[in-house]
Design a protein around this ligand. Structure first.
Ligand SMILES: [Zn+2]
Length: 116
């Protein structure tokens, strides 16, 4: 369970020394009132002392606004992190173009039609 830190909102909290740590589930709503003094508090997000367990580099990229995809099959990429579309699928023409680019270029010398 993560420990969230709260600080008083628009007042000095006399009972909790300015900050109060509350152990909460990540699914709990943030507290509005200080559990010690009952005055309004706000959660200090940056001080939450827990580590996301399924945090992957792709999640981190997503938090920075990047969408990460992995190739699922030929011409289809599925999202592994970020806010972008869940699936990227190329058209048949796109896939053909990519395959054509990958194929080694063949040099054909046509002896009957040599350039001048
Ligand atoms: Zn308080």
């Amino acid at each position: 369970m993560p420990v969230y830190e709260y600080e008083p909102k628009n007042h000095d909290c006399l009972m909790c020394d300015g900050r109060v740590d509350v152990i909460q589930s990540v699914h709990d709503e943030p507290l509005i009132y200080c559990p010690s003094c009952g005055l309004e508090v706000r959660r200090v997000i940056s001080r939450a002392t827990f580590k996301l367990s399924g945090s992957t580099p792709n999640d981190k990229a997503g938090r920075k606004g990047f969408t990460t995809f992995r190739k699922a099959e030929k011409g289809v990429w599925e999202k592994v992190g970020g806010e972008g579309p869940d699936i990227l699928a190329g058209t048949k023409e796109d896939i053909a173009a990519v395959e054509a680019e990958k194929a080694p270029a063949k040099k054909v010398l046509d002896l009957d039609n040599l350039p001048d």
